[in-house]
Design a protein around this ligand. Structure first.
Ligand code: AGP
Length: 608
């Protein structure tokens, strides 16, 4: 996600900001920029590309004199990477500049209102709306204008703001997106994360939601949204710089697992409006949706596993036939796409060669392609006819977790939208399912809090040679992902099997002590999976079961049980995968593997 750095002090601001942004590069970005206050003017330099471009443009900051400024590295969410879409954004007179991390959910209606009042926009971003709205409310008092903006915008934001007629000051605001401040004898700092200012101070202030910070060279003041000044206690950071990039987590993978509640929220909430599902980026009318005869989903790896899940969910509630392919097969099997077919490709990176090829093959056959993508401006995002972003932020660990969870949410929303439009869901059921989706972030958080118990169990299997994951229906799809998570980072052989298929050969591999993880979240299939657990247990397996709270019958057949909170049976993947992610992670950690960069793997497989 984006990175913010701000400074008000005795030294030149630009070099401090550039150095701070460099410490935030791990967050992933596609463009960078700075605004420095010089006299009564704000100088702005910004460009698409790496920080190096900004450093060269400003000769290391030398072309931007001044001791007060803000800087930004942008991870695109609204508006592809470009110079114009880079931050800072500013008002027409360039007397207010803003940098932003987060998503303004209601930026379109705000933009329309500002345009109707004569404002002109130069970018496609949600952030520029904040800059123009700040201008609209600004009458000389920054705090007053900021508070008015806070009351109007919805969504998540960490903002850094400078005003030309307050040349010695920086303001910052936080709602949902992280923001910290710090101070030393050289000045005061704001940043999205600790690494940016750790060089200057280990005493940082973590800004809480809807708090405002007012920085000057010699000190900081904190306010609430009610304009009350408050005192805050600093926190002393014990981490070293490397650990700080991971937010104190040992690995990016663990950090990203813990970001899943926010990932799910960020992908879900902007698409729930007036108790309905609004997916503008689909560019499909209700008539188009009713005309769909079949959906082809094409992807690789974990993205393919979300596609398998989507087959069960879409066919289950929207009653549209779904065919799922791994992209490397689809692209060479001379696919038959029917009249009225819709193609959906899923890709976190948006650069997977096989998936991109499948997209092009489908378009060559005359079909429009919807891309479900995480990286804005990636090849698949650019070439798809329509794109539904997963807004998970940059995923650094090779083994996907938060992007996977966001893909599931995007697919649930599609399924619900299609079912609703095609009259397959009554109001009551539809709204109950929406409420179930809204509960997922908190339920994921609760499951993540069980990590010590999972870690203790995982430590027993660091020497395992073969691990099997079994399930039926959606539980089979969950098993696929649980198996991949384990094997790709711990290098332990593992495979997922349709539980009913095991007896057709593979059960011969079950020996005394073989670990079999049985996923049993589908109530209609519970008894069937239970009997499969008995089958493998009779042959010596140690059975780990993942099932819904209340299914205590399972303890007759399982040696170790992980319960997940109740949710709609179509959404259980979002919960059951959490303990399986943690299991794979802790086995790999127990083996001393390079969890974030497993051998032989790349984060984006851009070759065949
Ligand atoms: C998942 O943990 C793996 N890193 C891998 O299977 C990945 O899901 C696959 O390569 C697809 O990547 P994409 O989503 O970027 O297209």
């Amino acid at each position: 996600m984006c990175g913010i750095v701000g400074y008000a002090g005795k030294n030149q601001a630009a070099p401090v900001i550039l150095e701070g942004l460099a410490k935030l590069e791990y967050r992933g970005y596609d463009s960078a920029g700075m605004a420095v206050v010089n006299g009564d003017k704000i100088q702005i330099t910004k460009s698409v590309g790496r920080l190096k471009v900004l450093e060269e443009l400003t000769h290391g900051g030398a072309t931007m004199p001044g001791t007060v400024g803000i800087g930004h590295t942008r991870w695109a969410t609204h508006g592809a990477p470009s110079d114009a879409n880079s931050h800072p954004h500013y008002n027409a007179q360039e007397t207010i500049a803003v940098v932003h991390n987060g998503i303004i959910e209601n930026y379109l209606p705000l933009k329309e209102k500002l345009v109707s009042k004569g404002y002109q926009f130069t970018s496609d971003t949600d952030t520029e709306v904040v800059a123009q709205l700040m201008d609209y409310y600004y009458k000389g008092n920054p705090l007053e204008a900021i508070i008015k903006v806070m009351h109007r915008v919805q969504g998540s934001y960490a903002l850094g703001i400078v005003f030309a007629d307050h040349p010695d000051e920086v303001f910052a605001v936080r709602k949902d997106s992280p923001l910290i401040t710090g101070q030393n004898e050289e000045g005061c700092f704001i940043a999205s994360d600790v690494p940016a200012i750790l060089k200057y101070t280990r005493k940082v202030f973590f800004i809480e939601n809807q708090e405002i910070v007012h920085l000057k060279a010699d000190g900081m003041h904190f306010y609430t949204i009610d304009e009350e000044e408050i005192e805050k206690e600093p926190v002393t950071i014990e981490w070293d710089a490397d650990a700080a990039e991971k937010g104190g987590y040992e690995h990016f993978m663990l950090k990203e697992m813990y970001e899943q509640p926010k990932t799910v929220t960020d992908t879900l909430m902007p698409r729930l409006k007036n108790n309905d599902i609004v997916i503008d980026e689909l560019n499909m009318s209700d008539e188009d949706i009713r005309a769909i005869k079949k959906i082809h989903i094409v992807a690789c790896g974990s993205a393919y596993h979300t596609g398998v899940t989507a087959k069960y969910v879409i066919e289950g509630i929207a009653r549209i036939p779904v065919e799922v392919d791994v992209a490397s097969e689809f692209r060479y099997r001379n696919p038959i796409l029917e009249e009225g077919a819709m193609v959906v490709v899923i890709s976190q990176s948006g650069e997977t060669a096989d998936t991109l090829a499948a997209l092009r093959e489908s378009q060559a056959l005359g079909y429009k392609v919807l891309g479900i993508v995480n990286v804005v401006g990636s090849s698949i995002a650019r070439e798809a006819d329509n794109v539904m972003y997963t807004w998970a932020g940059p995923e650094i660990a090779v083994a996907t977790t938060k992007a996977y969870s966001a893909q599931l949410i995007a697919l649930y929303l599609l399924a619900l939208k299609f079912a609703r439009v095609r009259g397959k869901l009554d109001d009551k059921t539809f709204h109950e399912m929406i409420e179930d989706l809204k509960r997922l972030p908190g339920q994921i958080e609760m499951l993540l809090s069980n990590k010590e118990r999972i870690q203790r169990f995982a430590n027993r299997y660091v020497a395992a040679k073969d691990v099997f994951f079994i399930g039926r229906g959606i539980d089979y799809a969950i098993s696929m992902e649980g198996s991949l998570k384990l094997k790709e980072i711990s290098y332990i052989h593992s495979e997922a099997y349709a539980a009913g298929e095991l007896k057709h050969g593979t059960i011969s591999l079950i020996e005394e002590g073989t670990l079999v993880a049985a996923v049993a979240t589908q109530d209609t299939l519970f008894q069937k999976t239970l009997s499969n657990m008995v089958e493998v247990k009779a042959r010596g397996a140690f059975v780990l079961a993942v099932t819904n709270e209340g299914n205590t019958d399972i303890e007759k057949a399982a040696d170790y049980v992980i319960y997940i909170p109740k949710t709609n049976s179509y959404f259980t993947n979002s919960l059951a995968i959490i303990p399986l992610q943690l299991f794979g992670y802790y086995v790999a950690v127990g083996k001393g593997c390079d969890v974030d960069k497993p051998r032989n793997l790349a984060k984006s497989v851009t070759v065949e």
